[in-house]
Ligand binder design. Structure first.
Ligand SMILES: Cc1cc2nc3c(=O)[nH]c(=O)nc-3n(C[C@H](O)[C@H](O)[C@H](O)COP(=O)(O)OP(=O)(O)OC[C@H]3O[C@@H](n4cnc5c(N)ncnc54)[C@H](O)[C@@H]3O)c2cc1C
Length: 434
């Protein structure tokens, strides 16, 4: 595809949120088919999604069958009519393959495969040299394009690492300590290894299961107690039950707090907790709740891990050391009775510690925020009702839109709520910012 000099609308990112936007936009007005391009270096739709689900061997989605990128809520259920075994109770959560096949059909149905321009956007420069405000996108291919409207749908945010992991000074092989996004269970040979997984969200559960299946033993360490929840935020956040009060709240800091409380860190589905408890009974996993690493060092091809004094290990034998407590791990006989010697050792550490959304740190927002000053609350921009930076044609969807959309902003359901606000402003723009 030859890059045009100008296009009306640029959508940055070809994930599930962008796909939801395009189907809803075309449902509203097929005229818009020739007015937009999607930019993504991966060349295909949902690449990130499919890679993560495959890498973590996730069998089915956490969200119910009505959450998908197509305009009609029942479309996925209809698609699954002859594949009932691929809907999982409760709430008929779709199997990974079913969902991917459905998205493939959606992409074909709306003829969207050719709408992706295979490039990464590396800079967005607001410009007024065309008599009206426009944006110049700079691509990693060296090309540029002028656009009237931008939708930023770049997804997951910046990986969040614990302080102790950032402070490690010793050299270590990069695959021995990594964020969950870098773990690919399909490419590992970890039989007999001991793996420490940090984090209490569903991702740590998937990784723990995967590692156990590969013949490793796992210690799962969480700051709080494991929380059992079917969805990551209560379904009331998808409708007026909770959103009415949320939208009535005019203090953005309080809204931010409400988002944090609704998600309350990570949580796992009840069936994942059940599977992990069974594995714990079989001695394949140790679950250390209310425990935090203080320090880790890479020595003799192993991680030596120390925890904070006040960590409350689930297992009584963790507190016998003076000074910092130890994680239940491998005991070296020579270390018994000598608290100075590290005794909890692991071959690998995986950080399932999530991601953080921060507009100020987003590489594509630097110049845009200078031209369109926007209040930022704990990293989240205060967008207008159509999810634009104030007085601009710059739209943001995904986790960064949470102050407007609420705690589900990053999920498929949140994407649907976001397009309900963005599409009307694209189809019928307000004169003020034309
Ligand atoms: C393992 C996992 C399971 C999940 N399961 C569910 C679930 O069951 N239900 C649910 O509702 N939510 C789920 N989520 C949450 C959420 O729906 C997903 O994270 C989803 O992928 C978010 O979609 P997105 O389009 O915002 O981002 P992504 O899928 O991450 O897509 C963003 C795209 O933007 C592209 N991009 C980034 N920067 C640039 C740039 N500078 N230029 C061009 N392109 C760029 C990337 O290449 C990527 O393709 C899950 C998340 C994870 C990590």
């Amino acid at each position: 595809m030859k890059l045009p000099n100008y296009i009306d609308l640029a959508i940055i990112g070809a994930g599930v949120q962008a796909l939801t936007l395009t189907t809803h936009l075309l449902q509203k007005s097929t005229k818009h088919y020739h007015k937009f391009l999607v930019f993504d270096p991966s060349r295909t739709w949902m690449n990130q999604w499919q890679q993560q689900f495959a890498a973590q061997q996730i069998p089915y989605l956490r969200s119910p069958v009505v959450h998908h990128p197509a305009p009609h809520p029942y479309q996925l259920r209809t698609f699954a009519e002859n594949r009932p075994d691929e809907l999982f109770p409760p709430y008929d959560r779709p199997g990974t393959k079913l969902f991917n096949d459905f998205c493939h059909e959606v992409i074909q149905r709306w003829n969207l495969a050719d709408k992706i321009y295979p490039a990464k956007v590396i800079q967005i420069l607001p410009t007024t040299s065309y008599s009206r405000p426009r944006f110049q996108l700079v691509l990693n291919t060296g090309e540029t394009i002028i656009v009237r409207k931008v939708v930023l749908a770049t997804g997951s945010g910046k990986v969040q690492l614990p302080d102790w992991a950032e402070k490690i000074t010793s050299d270590y092989p990069p695959d021995k300590l990594c964020h969950s996004q870098q773990v690919n269970l399909n490419q590992l040979n970890i039989t007999g290894e001991r793996i420490l997984i940090i984090g209490g969200g569903l991702t740590s559960g998937h990784l723990a299961k995967g590692a156990i299946n590969l013949g490793a033993t796992v210690t799962l360490m969480t700051r709080k107690q494991l929380q059992s929840k079917i969805f990551d935020a209560a379904p009331g956040w998808l409708g007026p039950k909770y959103l009415k009060d949320f939208h009535a709240q005019t203090d953005w800091d309080i809204r931010y707090e409400q988002i944090q409380q609704a998600r309350n860190g990570g949580s796992m589905t009840p069936e994942m907790i059940l599977q992990l408890s069974r594995a714990a009974n079989e001695g394949k996993i140790t679950i250390d709740e209310c425990c935090q690493v203080r320090d880790a060092q890479w020595q003799d091809n192993l991680w030596q891990v120390y925890c904070h004094n006040n960590s409350k290990h689930q297992h009584g034998d963790c507190t016998w050391l003076t000074g910092d407590t130890r994680v239940r791990g491998n005991l070296e006989p020579r270390a018994l009775g000598n608290p100075a010697v590290p005794r909890h050792q692991f071959n690998r550490i995986w950080l399932a510690t999530g991601t953080r959304f921060n507009a100020q740190a987003h590489p594509l927002l630097q110049n845009v925020l200078e031209t369109y000053p926007t209040e930022i609350v704990n990293g989240l921009p205060v967008l207008d009702e159509h999810l634009r930076l104030p007085k601009s044609n710059f739209f943001i969807m995904g986790g960064l839109a949470a102050l407007q959309i609420g705690p589900v902003a990053r999920n498929i359901g949140g994407g649907k709520m976001a397009v309900g606000r963005i599409v009307p402003a694209i189809v019928k723009p307000s004169w003020a910012i034309e």
